[in-house]
Design a protein around this ligand. Structure first.
Ligand code: CA
Length: 232
């Protein structure tokens, strides 16, 4: 999951970035409100962590501007421990959640996962597409009850597919979710990950729509169902 972190405090920012990365997030970090607004308007993020006290433009102004542009990215605001008024104002201005400083990293990660889930209309903590199941908290994947070992990037690609099950994704859309700033993207990376996912899961789990993109069906069949189909 690619998230935008807006925090001007160097120590807190680097701690949050490292901690979230350890929890499996890809993190782009900006240090002022103008940059935060620019990124939220132009790039694809699955969620954002927004400090309210930011230079150049405060978090509240950024939030208001972004929501006015109909950007629906889930936004979690960071507030001072005694900032009840800030929390109320932030939630009313379009924030989806808040955390008071000092931030507990595991709680932040769990709240971000919940926000992303809700943004995709998923209420269960695990993502399911028929026989395929993914647990964002433990980063584990099962097909038909059988656990499948995936690399971090393969897991990321699969998660994007599962959050968008039944929808066609272009290669560019998948790429946008996969990289934080400063990482090199070679042109066939997405294809390689999809190739590996098909090998580890099953070739029909991700369909190719020539010239359009890729699709993970809403109802991935279990191996047993496929064999049953073959017989009848
Ligand atoms: Ca600050």
């Amino acid at each position: 999951m690619r998230v935008l972190l807006a925090e001007d405090d160097e120590l807190l920012g680097s701690g949050l970035k490292a901690g979230l990365q350890q929890q499996g997030f890809l993190v782009d970090w900006v240090r002022d409100g103008v940059a935060a607004q620019r990124e939220l308007l132009t790039a694809v993020y699955q969620a954002s962590v927004l400090d309210l006290g930011l230079p150049r433009q405060d978090g509240m102004q950024c939030l208001t501007a972004v929501r006015r542009q109909k950007i629906t990215t889930p936004i979690l605001i960071l507030t001072a421990r005694d900032g009840v008024a800030d929390r109320i104002a932030g939630l009313d201005a379009g924030a989806d959640d808040y955390l008071a400083k000092p931030v507990d990293l595991l709680e932040l990660a769990a709240r971000l996962r919940a926000l992303v889930r809700r943004a995709h209309g998923v209420s269960e903590p695990t993502l399911e597409a028929g026989a395929l199941r993914l647990d964002p908290a433990s980063r584990q994947v099962w097909l038909g009850g059988q656990q499948v070992e995936l690399s971090l990037r393969e897991y990321e690609v699969l998660q994007i597919f599962m959050l968008n099950a039944g929808r066609v994704l272009t290669r560019a859309q998948i790429e946008q979710h996969l990289y934080q700033w400063g990482t090199e993207v070679s042109s066939n990376t997405v294809e390689v990950h999809i190739y590996n996912l098909r090998k580890k899961l099953r070739s029909d789990v991700i369909e190719t729509l020539r010239g359009v993109g890729y699709l993970l069906p809403r109802q991935v069949k279990a191996q047993a169902d496929l064999q049953q189909q073959g017989k009848s």
